[in-house]
Design a protein around this ligand. Structure first.
Ligand SMILES: Nc1nc(=O)n([C@H]2C[C@H](O)[C@@H](COP(=O)(O)O)O2)cc1CO
Ligand SMILES: [Zn+2]
Length: 162
């Protein structure tokens, strides 16, 4: 056997796969989001998923939304996967890096993405495309010249057994 194996996964499948694995750690009963930040030369720098900040117990803080009392709304407490991935990175600069994320970033994360120097976003779902948060996000990303494109799945089922 002198030729390389065929059927190995692409870089996009690899990193979106890592983002999805990360999302599976989320405790949010409604939407689980995962992110993976990668250097220009395809090395993983950081990962994250949506969750409460350190010390804010997943069992004590509220996971609900739409509670008449905003104080008990998860949106006040959750850190988004993208921001967690940015904050989890302790190695220095993210300048020029790429972000793989399972859901299009919101406006608040867009600010952090732009300021961190992330230059490319590869996203899977855009299920909140019509919301002001996503529209404002695209407005800022476009102005800042951050490139984004939707991940196109190959249809390959990613499973591994030795
Ligand atoms: N890009 C994103 N990254 C995220 O981590 N999130 C988080 C915030 C919430 O925990 C959850 C969305 O909850 P819901 O609105 O579908 O019930 O996903 C949300 C978005 C949407 O912009
Ligand atoms: Zn966000």
């Amino acid at each position: 056997m002198s030729e390389k194996r065929k059927g190995y996964i692409t870089w996009d499948e690899y990193f979106m796969g890592v983002a999805k694995l990360s999302a599976m750690r989320s405790k949010d009963p409604s939407t689980q989001v995962g992110a993976c930040i990668v250097s220009e030369d395809n090395k993983i720098l950081s990962m994250g998923y949506n969750g409460f900040p350190k010390g804010c117990s997943d069992d004590e803080f509220p996971w609900g939304k739409g509670d008449p009392d905003d104080y008990n709304d998860k949106y006040l407490y959750v850190t988004h996967s993208e921001l967690n991935a940015i904050l989890n990175y302790r190695g220095g600069s993210l300048e020029g890096s790429k972000l793989y994320v399972t859901l299009f970033p919101c406006n608040e994360c867009a600010k952090a993405i732009i300021q961190a120097g992330i230059r490319t976003i590869i996203y899977e779902s855009d299920k909140y495309a019509d919301t002001p948060a996503t529209r404002a996000s695209k407005r800022m990303l476009n102005a800042a010249g951050v490139r984004y494109y939707q991940y196109s799945p190959t249809g390959r089922k990613i499973e591994y057994y030795v």
